[in-house]
Ligand binder design. Structure first.
Ligand code: G3P
Ligand code: MG
Length: 230
């Protein structure tokens, strides 16, 4: 089983600070999170950055694709993955690194992500957990750096969940908590996989999911969920 905290701050603490920024990671820490989840993708010059969308528009106002901008031209509030890792070291934060490749860059994004982790991840922090909806990225991560644990992200749990999870050598399933049913939660836990849910910001919902067997709740409001689960 993976060693995960009960609560992980989604994109830092996205309810309180601009998502996937150093401020958001600091806010997550201040609000009690021991880990954060971030999204990693590549710039045009293959620098890993912390950014959810393919385009910079929603979060920065700049109408450019991440895959088309060079790292040197990024707005200051978009951290590189290395800057994020340095921030985690300063704060003592663990991390669920979601590999979020732009289309066609599944393998490259995974390789650069694990190369960066090998080079920069601080030994004193808990080992990071890699996750992705992109099975090609998880397969590439496994091949390049099998030492990093993986979880498969599934928008919903279908009958093929176990075969797909095992195909990428993942120890965990991270799924949409709003769609998870109790029988599926039991099935996943019984099969020996760690079960995490996103993105749960309501304390009662979090409690119900944990009662179903969920190990870890990924949330925009870590203080709210920590309090609800205390
Ligand atoms: O990793 C959990 C969650 O972040 C997956 O969905 O779209 O918020 O990256 P998304
Ligand atoms: Mg994510």
């Amino acid at each position: 089983m993976l060693q995960l905290p009960k609560v992980i701050g989604h994109r830092g603490a996205a309810a309180y600070a601009p998502e996937n920024t150093l401020d958001s990671f600091r806010e997550a820490r201040r609000r009690g999170a021991a880990w954060v989840e971030i999204d990693v993708k590549l710039t045009a010059d293959s620098v890993p950055i912390v950014m959810h969308d393919s385009s910079l528009k929603r979060t920065t106002g700049i109408d450019r694709l991440a895959a088309e901008i060079r790292a040197a031209d990024l707005p200051k509030d978009v951290p590189t993955f290395e800057q994020a890792i340095a921030c985690f070291q300063e704060l003592g934060l663990g991390c669920n690194v979601e590999i979020k490749p732009c289309e066609g860059r599944e393998t490259e994004t995974a390789r650069v992500t694990v190369e960066t982790l090998r080079r920069c991840w601080p030994a004193q922090l808990p080992p990071p957990l890699l996750s992705s909806f992109a099975e090609g990225s998880l397969a590439a991560a496994r091949q390049a750096a099998p030492e990093f644990d993986r979880a498969l992200l599934l928008g919903e749990i279908r009958d093929d969940w176990q075969a797909r999870t095992e195909a990428v050598g993942a120890k965990g399933v991270n799924t949409n908590g709003q769609k998870l049913t109790a029988p599926r939660a039991v099935e996943i836990r019984k099969a020996g996989f760690t079960l995490s849910v996103y993105t749960i910001n309501d304390g009662d919902v979090a409690r119900a999911l944990v009662a179903m067997g969920v190990d870890c709740v990924i949330t925009d409001a870590p203080d709210v969920i920590l309090k609800a689960l205390a």
